[in-house]
Design a protein around this ligand. Structure first.
Ligand code: 5GP
Length: 192
């Protein structure tokens, strides 16, 4: 998606550890017009698929998922929570995820009330790197008995293995921007 690639080129910053900082429009400050266009693009790509619900992960997935839902018949958006809360009552699905950016493992939790066996679900997230977060969501989907229709990613770091592994496992992974390489010293970002 050219608009997203241009934005990454103009406003993204490559940080040590192969981390791309896009907090001016995606991870901290949110460009809702861009989110809206991203949602429209996923709707075009996943046209014809049945999507009853969008599942994402807090925090950065929520904004893009809510904008995308407007293009998927205003379907509900569920986000996996990263910590236990007193508001989380009843039975829950839980998976463990290793965070690339925070370098530690954390649980992700979804209340059983919000995933119904047999539902068709679209998974969305801001980044795909090694695929740990997505595998956590997939574990939860499998435990819940829902059908994964596809995986929509805003920015895939194509030089890390998550996307390749998920596609080899048979998932329909659609990333709006795939980074082939990035170099912090030279400030260059190359797209696939
Ligand atoms: P994965 O689980 O695929 O290794 O990494 C995906 C998650 O880690 C995303 O949800 C995102 O929060 C975070 N992440 C991974 N790489 C980057 C990066 O280069 N920049 C930012 N901002 N987040 C990243």
């Amino acid at each position: 998606m050219k608009e997203l690639e241009d934005r990454i080129r103009n406003d993204g910053a490559v940080k040590p550890g192969e981390v791309l900082k896009v907090d001016s429009f995606l991870n901290h400050q949110c460009d809702v017009t861009l989110f809206e266009h991203m949602g429209a693009e996923w709707a075009r790509i996943f046209a014809g698929k049945r999507v009853d619900k969008i599942l994402t992960i807090e925090a950065s997935g929520i904004g893009i998922a809510c904008c995308a839902a407007r293009h998927f018949g205003d379907c509900p958006v569920v986000f996996a929570k990263k910590s236990q809360s007193i508001n989380l009552d009843g039975d829950q699905y839980m998976a463990k995820v290793y965070s690339y950016t925070k370098q530690k493992e954390f649980p992700i939790i979804v209340s059983k009330r919000f995933l119904t066996p047999g539902e068709h679900v679209l998974l969305l997230d801001d980044f795909l790197a090694n695929g740990k977060a997505m595998h956590g969501l997939i574990d939860i989907c499998n435990a819940a008995g829902v059908i994964i229709e596809g995986i929509g990613i805003a920015i895939e770091k194509g030089f890390q293995r998550g996307g390749k592994e998920l596609r080899e496992a048979g998932y329909d992974v659609e990333s709006l921007a795939i980074i082939k390489s990035m170099n912090g010293d030279e400030g260059t970002i190359e797209f696939a």
